[in-house]
Design a protein around this ligand. Structure first.
Ligand code: NAD
Length: 351
């Protein structure tokens, strides 16, 4: 056995129903005194509630998906103007992304309080969008110093968004099995993450107001992000990145639609990992397990429904082939990827 695995420096606090207390403990541990709180408009009330007792100098609500550069610049200017010494982000991946944009140029520490299952809080990956082109990069400065997970904060996330976001997390797990830096440690995290998401997400759908399923889903989402941060982007993430950028598709829903098709394509190339994933998903094969879960969750089915034009299939496939990660378990040919994207566009059953 030979591999190199890097574990990222970050403290995580799981604190169901106790985000305010956990945040206060974290602020004290880091000895920060001038906090800038970042939260989007639908996350604002949650943020106000859990940061009420803290030394907040500025509250920033100017958040949009994929971090437009102008918004990043305004947020950085606000951090400087208010002389903030730390950023607290309360929200989904878009909000965490804005906090990361601040940290990228200022080096301010982030304490992340996630309210979706996107997982950005556990990765050192940043993204910025300028003139409709999204650039991503990796920088240790943007990795939040600490995360506070409180499943109660996800109770207000609508079921449909919870499902899409949860499948986005599952995609981190699945893609980690064959991503460029896949190793036994991130595979173990990915498989436990997949198991927890398979247990939690159906409960979120059946009992959206109960905290138990949301706890499992959040735990699974954290593990999924750890595995993704360590293993890197595999074929699935490259496809979603291309599609999202070309057709401005919603992030989590695109992952939810594309995942079964990439799994069906790659599974024959990784038989041992496929069997372990099948077990984690509680089924005979991984493809069946994902199909059964998706049907329980009434997951979104097709890229057509998300607004992608059929005329874009070939152009997207060509872009995927030229960006494909090295070492994918099966050859990434134009013919194969065109078929995969077409199937995802039509929403065919990959079984
Ligand atoms: P999002 O952050 O855009 O949230 C989706 C919607 O849900 C928003 O309107 C938001 O305000 C709302 N919302 C969030 N939490 C809520 C709650 N608890 N109750 C009610 N409403 C709530 O979507 P997302 O899927 O979390 O994040 C997507 C973004 O994150 C994309 O830009 C993606 O590229 C990025 N991302 C980055 C990484 C990384 O490692 N850098 C990883 C995953 C995702």
């Amino acid at each position: 056995m030979k591999f190199v695995h890097e574990t990222l420096p970050q403290r995580v606090r799981f604190a169901s129903g106790a985000a305010a207390e956990a945040l206060a403990a974290e602020v004290a541990a880091q000895d920060v005194r001038r906090l800038m709180v970042v939260a989007g408009t639908s996350e604002r009330d949650l943020a106000d509630r859990i940061t009420a007792g803290l030394p907040v100098v500025h509250r920033h609500h100017d958040v949009a998906m994929h971090v437009p550069l102008e918004l990043a610049q305004r947020a950085r200017a606000a951090a400087a103007e208010w002389d903030a010494d730390a950023v607290i982000s309360v929200g989904g991946g878009s909000t965490t992304g804005l906090a990361k944009a601040i940290a990228l140029t200022t080096g301010l520490p982030i304490i992340a309080v996630p309210t979706t299952y996107a997982g950005s809080e556990a990765t050192p990956v940043w993204g910025l969008t300028e003139n409709a082109v999204k650039t991503t990069g990796t920088d240790p400065r943007v990795l939040p110093r600490a995360i506070v997970y409180d499943a109660e904060l996800t109770l207000s996330l609508p079921v449909e968004l919870s499902v899409a976001s949860g499948l986005n997390a599952l995609a981190h797990c699945v893609d980690s099995l064959w991503a460029p830096r896949a190793d036994p440690l991130n595979q173990a995290l990915a498989l436990e993450g997949a198991r927890a998401l398979r247990v939690g997400l159906p409960q979120v759908v059946a009992h959206p107001d109960a905290v138990e399923g949301r706890e499992d889903a959040l735990y699974g989402a954290y593990l999924s992000a750890l595995s993704f941060a360590s293993a890197g982007s595999g074929l699935h993430h490259k496809i979603c990145h291309v599609l999202g950028g070309m057709f401005n598709l919603p992030h989590a829903q695109t992952h939810a639609v594309v995942l079964p098709h990439v799994l069906a394509f790659n599974a024959p190339g990784v038989p041992a990992a496929e069997q372990r994933l099948a077990e984690a998903l509680g089924s005979r094969t991984a493809v069946d397990g994902l199909a059964e879960l998706r049907s329980q969750l009434k997951a979104p089915h097709s890229l057509r429904d998300l607004g992608m034009p059929s005329a874009g299939i070939e152009e997207a496939a060509a872009a995927v082939v030229s960006a494909a990660p090295a070492g994918n378990p099966r050859p990434v040919t134009l013919e194969a990827i065109t078929e995969l994207v077409r199937n995802a566009w039509e929403g065919t059953d990959p079984r």
